[in-house]
Design a protein around this ligand. Structure first.
Ligand code: NAD
Ligand code: ZN
Ligand code: ZN
Length: 347
């Protein structure tokens, strides 16, 4: 079968690889119809994540049709249309029983290398999904592949970030980064009832999309985002700040933007090991700070329901639709910020 494979910095290829097979009774094989390139794949593309082996099949955002299932799979059968969660959970370990699916003791991330379970990814014609009953969801009737795909990762990541921040109706939410995750954070903040969403980025096109969705755009390259957010919040700062870039620079900015008693929720992936935490000011301002990998299983049913109800249109971010064979071009366009979101048509 054809699959997108990783060979090092800025080197992804489309190759013939062996087809996956059911190896555990709880596995399903999914025939991928649509896969996306995630901002997290860019960290691999820039060779920032340790533990990648040359030839690793990439990709963790996908929808498809169930091709075959192991004998222990109860919820799915051949022919079912499904969306998959980007991280795999077993459903039975101590963490999963607690609802911390992102901390599963047997878990991993599809297509993210040795440090994340060494699971082949979904930018391929077929993908093996372990614990299929736990990690797949049926696509609600009437939803297209493009409407469903992001529930398995970035839409639910952004929604969960806003939920983790405890955003209440009438609050003001600043979103740092208007990539696909930031755009979905804006849409999620509006669903949670934000009175004002402030969108910070450096790219005009992405800010324009944020503005079309009802946010106030702030170009951090042209104006000081701290003074702009202060001006928009009566000098207080944002009630909630969502960090959707990754790295210490934008984390520092989040602490500057948040009001006293406010909440920061950061979902950007950081390759840096440490970060100089603003200890004294966070103490005196009594800041809540939440950081981490998303818990997709906790929130995916909610995001699918919101999309099905027409409350969130996730297709607004798609700028490029390419055949799987053109994945290297898709990675290049996304890395060069010439594409907002690339989806790969696999079948
Ligand atoms: P992206 O790279 O397309 O978006 C990042 C955006 O940040 C870009 O629009 C860029 O212009 C903007 N940006 C960069 N520097 C900035 C600065 N100094 N100030 C303001 N804006 C700046 O990626 P994405 O798909 O939107 O993903 C965003 C982040 O979320 C990535 O780090 C990704 O790995 C991460 N992510 C995390 C999870 C999770 O589980 N926590 C899940 C999915 C994605
Ligand atoms: Zn992702
Ligand atoms: Zn588990």
């Amino acid at each position: 079968m054809k699959a997108v494979t990783w060979y090092g910095k800025h080197d992804v290829r489309v190759e013939e690889v062996p087809e996956p097979e059911v190896t555990e009774p709880t596995d399903a094989i999914v025939r991928v119809t649509l896969a996306a390139i995630c901002g997290s794949d860019l960290h691999l593309y820039h060779d920032e994540i340790p533990g990648m082996l040359p030839g690793t099949v990439l990709g963790h955002e996908f929808v498809g049709v169930v091709e075959s299932v192991g004998p222990a799979v109860r919820a799915f059968k051949k022919g079912d249309r499904v969306v998959g969660t980007f991280h795999i959970a077993c459903g039975h370990c101590r963490a999963c029983r607690r609802g911390d699916y992102h901390q599963c003791e047997r878990g991993g991330v599809l297509g993210y290398g040795l440090a994340f379970g060494n699971l082949p990814g979904a930018q391929a014609e077929l993908v093996r999904i372990p614990y299929a009953d736990v990690n797949l969801r049926p696509i609600p009737a009437g939803l297209s592949d493009e409407q469903a795909i992001f529930a398995g990762d970035i839409l639910t990541t952004a929604f969960g970030a806003v939920k983790n921040a405890g955003l209440r109706p009438g609050e003001r939410c600043a979103v740092i980064g208007c990539g696909p995750v930031g755009i979905f954070a804006i849409q999620s903040a509006q669903v949670f009832g934000a009175a004002k969403t402030l969108a910070i980025d450096l790219i005009e096109k992405r800010l324009a999309l944020a503005e079309r969705l009802g946010a106030i755009p702030i170009d951090a390259g042209k104006s000081n985002p701290v003074s702009r957010v202060m001006a928009e919040t009566g000098g207080e700062g944002a009630d909630v700040v969502i960090e959707a870039v990754g790295g210490s620079q934008t984390l520092e900015l989040a602490f500057d933007l948040v009001r006293g008693g406010g909440r920061i929720s950061a979902v950007g992936v950081s390759a840096e090991e440490t970060f100089a935490f603003p200890l004294m000011s966070s103490f005196t301002k009594a800041i809540h700070f939440h950081l981490g990998v998303a818990n997709i299983h906790r929130d995916i049913d909610a995001t699918l329901a919101l999309v099905a109800a027409g409350r969130i249109d996730p297709t607004v971010i798609i700028s490029h639709r390419l055949p799987l064979e053109e994945a290297p071009k898709g990675y290049r366009l996304f890395a060069e910020r010439k594409a907002t979101k690339v989806v790969l048509i696999a079948g």
